[in-house]
Each structure stands twice: as structure tokens, then as C-alpha cells.
Design a protein around this ligand. Sequence first.
Ligand SMILES: *Cc1c(COP(=O)(O)O)cnc(C)c1O
Length: 731
Amino acid sequence: MHILCHGFRIQQTTFDEVWSHLTHPDGNSVVYISMEIGADPDVYNPVRQKLLDLERTSSMDGRLKGFIHKLFHGPEKIPTYSGGLGVLAGDTLKSFADCKIPVVAISLLYRQGYFAQIVDSKLGQISQTVQWQPEEIHGLTLLHDPHHPKKPLIIEIPFDIPDHPKTVIQAQVWMKMEINHTLDFFIPEILLDFSIPETPEIIRNAAGQLYNAESSIVKALQRRMLGTGIMPTLRALGFTAQTFHLNEQHGVVAILQMIAEEIQAATGYPDLNQATDQQILEATDRVAQRTVYTIHTPVKAGHDRFDKALYAGISRQSCQRLLGLLACDEDNHHSYNFTTMAMTVNRAANSVSRLHRDVTRKQFPQFAHKISAITNGVHHLTWISGARATVFNTFSILHNWQHDPGVFAHVKKLNQDPVLGPRFRNYFSEAWKKDTAILYDYINTMLVQHRDQKLETWIDPPNFLSSLVDRHFRLDPRVFTIGFARRFSTYKRADLIFDNIDTLCEIIVSNNWPINFIFAGKAHPADEPGKSVIKLILDSQQELHRKSKGLANLIFIPNYDMKIAKMMVAGVHAWLNSPKRPLEASGTSGMKAAMNGVPNISIMDGWWAEGYHNGQTGWKFGLEGPVADADLSESPETLLYREDAASLYQLLPIILQEFYTGSKNGPQRPYDCPFLCPFLHQAIMNLAMNIPIFNTHRMAAEYLTKYTLHLPGPQEQEMSHFRKLYTSDCA
Ligand SMILES: *Cc1c(COP(=O)(O)O)cnc(C)c1O
């Protein structure tokens, strides 16, 4: 079994080939820098998939079976992501791997992950520290020192910490391989682990948890650990990449280092302070030629600003001089603005949707000329459910879908075929029902568990239903099911649909239409307003149940992660997205729903302004039109709850009628046959129109035009095929 031949689970020749490319003196590769990477192996693991297929189709000796068993039964979560940014990074790397783009990714390894969420109906969100063990994760490898194979490789990083300027901190290095679906290429994900005894306590503390917000100094140190770690790590591993892609500005300190090195190389000055401003700016231009930057949000909390006085304690004078030139904060002369620096030093600045491009140009008018749009995508192989994949595998017109998400454009033709069309629709809706059943099994089991937990612990179950149900209770999967799951930031307005429960219940009761709302998501532990939205949702459950005469039920699934996301986006009947426009730069969970054909009910923000095709793929509601400056405000009184909720309440009866009656004006039927024509048609149009666009293969192909990377002819051709699927950057 070649894929088992050593710890890396791919062929040695594949490993050598990738490695030699990434270490070649020509530097024809890319470094992808991200504060978080979300790529849990329990959601996508092509090696495991391959082994499963083999186990099913061939006879195997017991040793091999034992090994496979081990692969399936160890811990499989790498909880070092908080939400969309991290999952996007993971999806991007998977597509780079599938398309064989030579990339190495760098991030940090947080031994306390993000945090685990418990939800109590009275207290709301309770955050718990996770302690996960990278040592136990199959597929995470600690790299060893080639000269002392028994010892971990240690990277030494010059660093300044409060009271100890000019010290050196140390990190060990983990590697996860993002292996492509044909198992003949991979992207190394390098994770720096500062939680080792040799590292000063203040650094270990800052390394523990992603987005630790205990103080601004911890936050600043965490960003610096990523930024300053990059060049020494690349050197230690021999990587030579000449293009640097910053996924958000978190790692932008790496750019400072590159500029410093560039100045030194050009002038020979041992001390940067000897360089003139002119020399610094020239060096900056050269570094900018190698840098690509993606900005992910117009929301202020997403942009790092650090107090100059604070920064003076953790950096050198020369670093402060560079920051003074490149990171001016127009709003506050006492702080550095890292977004400004990232905006300044790059060859391409990309926003994550068309609307976000326009908003970003408004926010950064001085850089407007170079801000373009590359709309986000999701990795189709990760997010298409197993049941749906089986259906797609059945129809030969789609046979290449795993390799090429553009193939889904053929779904239109397939749907119109007099023989195959009905079969496809039938298989597809059966697969949908299967995915719904999986979600409801999870929920029903959870409700019973919560009921038992209430009897045994002090935790009050977060689901009002848990107190009503007995062990034999089953929530009905035939009921129209709306899903909503994302981080609980206030601008996302998770509670918008419950803004006026009386109106909502009136719609439901007067027509006798049942609805289940399935919610999930975490609020950052320091985000009090975000946590209060979770509390508000929990508090709405009983009222909703009572006023709807039991027709509407609201379920909260605790501890949202990629696995829950995948189950939800495939299992629900519609995916709700209700942010304040234009604050949702892209949003990706709705794309995951679309990958499974699940229609979105969404504000015309982020990706949906592009994925909504005149009602063919789902519904829109809420304010539209040109974006005014006031729309960018995040303060509670400007969040437009009343207006947008009213618009949603107007839309809801239309959606429910379509679901339950199968036509816009037909007679009402019981809901035993939910996937009648218009509803199913929308699902199929999502496959046909949105999968070819909102996938990371297309996105990666668009990013390639921003890199200085040369690909061999056939590969360039393939990427140009993916590029032709869509052009993000047009009006
Ligand atoms: C996709 C995903 C997100 C991002 O969802 P948005 O719609 O972009 O907010 C967050 N968390 C998890 C676990 C995800 O899988």
C-alpha cells in the first residue's frame, strides 16, 4: 500500500516532487499566510476516503484494517479556527492542492484552540478552554531536526518582549499535509508551536488561544509571533517562495521583516536607522512586488490597530520607523494601523466580493485604484454531502465533477432531459431527505441528551423543547427547516427573524404552516453584545413555541464547528442570511448550502448579490441600492432591524407556500411531499448556476493572475478553464 509507506501517507516520489518544487532556487511558489486555518479531518480527508473505498471493494489483511480503524477512531479535529476566515483558508489550500499549485501555508498552532461552547438557557454562552493534543492527531506531524533526528526542529526567532528587548524565542514546527483528492500532490501547512518550555511564559500565554483578547499586548504579541516567525521558518525548511499572500493583515509583520532585509541587502547598512526614507520606500516597493493581500471585512474589529506606546515596548526603533512610514492611522495619530500597511505594501489588494470591493474602495479611497474583487468560494469536495455526491456520481454527464466544478453547468441540460431529468430530480430529492434525516437524528438525540443533562447537572439545556420532550420524542423532518449558523457578531443579526414574534407567529398560525429553525454559532468570549444575541435567541424559544401554538420550534446546536456546518447546510430546506448590508463582505456558509442545492433566503449582501439570479436560486429581502456612508455603521441603533425584518415577513408566506403547496398559488397540501416543483427547481438551479462560480478552484485560478508564478502549459490551460467560469472583477 503505497499511501501508507511512511508517516506522510503519500508516495515518496510525490513528497519529493512537491518538496523540490517548494525549495527550488527559482522561487516559483507561494507562501500563504493566515492567522487561522480550518480544515478538520473529520469533515474532509481524501486519504481516509480512499482507504474506506478500498476496504469496501477489496480484501484486506487484518493489520491494514487495524490501521484504518486507527485512522477513524483517533481525534480528528484541529480546532485552530474561529469562523469563515479560517475555513476559507482551509478550502483555498485544498483547491491549491487539487490544482497542483505550489504553495506552502503558515499559521500558528494554538494548543487551546479557539474555545468550546456550552450553552445554558439562563446564562447563555459559556466558553470553555479546549485542550487538544496535536500529538494525537493522525495527519499532524512534528518536524524533526535533520541533524538530530530524535529532536524536534526548533526555529529561533529574534523577538522583543516587554522588559526583554532583543531576545530570541523558540518554536517547534508541525506540518499538516493538505493532500489533494487524487493523492498525488499536497500543500504543506506549517504550524508554529510556541508552547514549549524554552519559550518565555508571556509568549506561551499569547500562543495558547486563537484571538486571545485578554489584553492588547497579548493580541499584538500573537500577531508578531506569526509575522516574525515566517522568514526564519521558511529558511529553516529551505522554502524559497517569492510570492507572499496575506490572508487578512494579521501576518503583515512579515512584510516589515522583508523590507528590513531588502534594505540591508541594498545598502549594506547593519543598522536600519542609517537608511534614508527614500531607501526605505524603494525597498518597500520591491517587497510590494512580491506581496498579495486579501482584505476580508469592512467591520472595524477585523482591522488591527495598536497603540504606538504599546508597540514601543515590543519592537525595535527601526521597526517603529517603518511603521511610522507605512502604518499611519488617519483617525488616531497615537496608533499604527496594520490594514493601512497591508494596503500600502502589495502588488494586488483583493476584496472578497464585488460589493465588498466597492465598499473597500470607499473605505480606502487612497488605494481605490488597486483594489479589485476576487469573490470567495468554497471547496466543493469538502461541502457536497456524501448522499449528494453519490447522486452526482450516478449520472455520466457529471462524471468529472470532482475534478471540475464547472461540470455542474450541465445540470441544466440533465434536468431538461425527458428520461434522465425525472430520475435526477428523484434521486436528488431522496438524497436531500437522507441529509435531512441525518440532521434530525442529531437534533433529536441532542434533545434527549439535554433533557437527561438537566436532570443530572447544573446546566439548563439551551433548548426549550428539551424540557417538553420525553425519550420517544421525534422532531419531524418533514417540517420546513430554516438553518442559520455563523459567528454571532452583532452585524450578522442572527435574531432578525425574531424581531417581531407576533407577526412571525401570525404568518405561521393563520396558514397552519409549521417551521423549525435550527441555529448554531459562537460569539467571541469577549464580545458581550454578540453573546447577548445568543441569549436573546434562547429567550425567544418559549414565546415562539407558545404563540405559534407549537407550530414553530427553535433549536440551538451548541459548539458549532465544520462538522456541524456540513450537516446543517445539507440537511435544512433553506439557509437564512440576515446581516446588515454591506457589512457581510462575502459570507461562505450560504455557498456551502448552494453546493448542496439548498436555496438561500438572504439580504443582498456579500456573495448573494452575485449568487442571486432573479429568484431562480433563492430569495432576497431587505434594503438594496447604493451604499451610503451611514450604512457602514455598526452601532446598535443603525442596524435597521425593523425595516429588514418587515421585508423578511413579507417574503416568508411566499416561501412557505412554495414549500408546502408546490406552487405559488396552488391549493395547500399536507407536507408529506415537500420537494415539489418550484422548490426543487430552485435547488437544481443552485447546482447549475452557483456551484460553477462559488468554488475555490475558480477562486484559486483568479488569484493566480495576481501571483508571480509560472505554471507548465497544460496546467495553465486548466486554470484558465476554471478562470473562464466567472469574472469576479467586473461591474
Ligand atoms: C463556513 C463556516 C463559517 C463561515 O460562515 P459565514 O456564513 O461566512 O459567516 C463559520 N464557521 C464555520 C464552522 C464554517 O464552516
